[in-house]
Design a protein around this ligand. Structure first.
Ligand code: SF4
Length: 365
């Protein structure tokens, strides 16, 4: 396989997948699964398959700024190569500091070749926040500030996909007191379509679905007010949680390792922020759909919400305790109830601030 004009070259995507053990049938199955993730009708699979095998794949560059590389790890650490990973690989990444073979000026050259040759045609994937204090000197790449790199590379892209909470909302770098003035990409770039895929780290299923949607329809999926795709962030964790029946029945874990914990009861009293966090973790899960934190026995920490380091802590304190939860109570009502409780000053914990923000947001999911 060789690289030409910024695109990994092999006869067809099907040939590429087949050479790595993914059959045509497996490929179509993958397209159907992406359609299901995007909540689109079955006919989407054929359209997606046609779009993915067409010879007009856009180059992709992956920028990394203030981050822990967890989103890259999320992409690379699957237990076995999946069609999703291979498709992202095939697209292909023209520039990715962490995993590319080139280094130094050679790597820079590849990046700016893509920017210059494919102005307005490439996808920029961004991992990490962008420091803006002191003219951005807290993060330098190839002698340039992350701010300058982002402005040039993201500013000339066809679309920007922010992977992880840091590039989407600033993440831990932007937590108080935010000494480097860390900001989200959407705070410094305008005029280019942006989609945020927050989470610590990004779920590669959502990244793949977003890319496939873009390649199939030439546009980003429908977004909420925080630029998150509704297919992945339209529902609260609490709405689809497998422990929800226990919540509705008032069956809570009271201490780590107690009988309720061993029996899979609700983690609300152990600090679970699922009732105030929007993400599809319970349905897509992690590690090839094997599990997710709540299934493994730990409460949700709200990592896909803006400012969660400041608003969702302490992580092991429960959200405000509002009486009257019953089997017919929806997550929306609970959210509103929690806001009411916060306003009344009842058992207010750190999460109240984020709940208040949601109340003023006015969006009903
Ligand atoms: S509070 Fe957490 S563990 Fe309990 S049902 Fe909701 S999301 Fe699941």
């Amino acid at each position: 396989m060789s690289r030409e004009k910024g695109i990994l070259k092999e006869s067809t995507l099907e040939a590429y997948l087949e050479s790595r053990g993914v059959s045509r049938r497996g490929f179509l199955k993958f397209c159907s699964a992406v359609g299901a993730t995007l909540a689109l009708p079955a006919s989407f699979a054929e359209k997606a398959a046609a779009a993915l095998t067409a010879d007009n794949r856009p180059p992709v560059v992956w920028l990394e700024f203030q981050d822990c590389a967890g989103d890259t790890e999320s992409l690379l650490r699957a237990t076995r190569p999946t069609a999703a990973e291979l498709i992202l690989d095939y697209l292909s990444l023209d520039y990715h500091e962490t995993i590319m073979a080139a280094a130094g000026h050679q790597a820079d050259e590849l990046l700016y070749q893509t920017v210059n040759n494919y102005k307005g045609k490439y996808i920029a994937i961004v991992e990490g926040a962008i420091p803006t204090a002191k003219n951005g000197i807290y993060c330098m790449v190839g002698g340039r500030t992350a701010m300058a790199v982002a402005q040039e590379v993201c500013g000339n892209a066809a679309a920007i996909i922010c992977v992880g909470t840091c590039s989407s909302f600033g993440g831990i770098q932007a937590a108080a007191p935010n000494p480097t003035g860390a900001k989200a990409v959407m705070d410094i770039i305008s005029g280019v379509p942006i989609v945020n895929l927050p989470g610590c780290p990004v779920n590669v299923v959502n990244l793949t679905a977003t890319v496939v949607h873009y390649l199939t329809f030439g546009s980003l999926p429908a977004l909420d007010k925080l630029k998150r795709p509704l297919f992945a962030f339209g529902k609260r964790i609490h709405d689809n949680c497998e422990r929800r029946a226990h919540f509705d029945q008032g069956q809570y874990v009271e201490a780590w390792g107690d009988a309720g914990h061993r029996d899979g009861w609700c983690l609300y009293k152990m600090g679970c922020k699922g009732p105030s966090t929007f993400h599809n973790c319970p349905t897509v899960r992690w590690n090839d759909g094997q599990s997710w934190p709540v299934q493994a026995g730990h409460g949700c920490v709200g990592c896909s919400e803006p400012g969660f380091w400041d608003t969702m802590g302490p992580f092991y304190d429960r959200v405000p305790n509002v009486p009257g939860f019953g089997a017919d109570v929806t997550a929306t009502k609970i959210g509103l109830g929690l806001v009411g409780a916060a306003a009344a000053g009842i058992a207010v914990h750190g999460v109240a601030k984020s709940l208040q923000l949601k109340a003023t947001d006015g969006e009903e999911h």
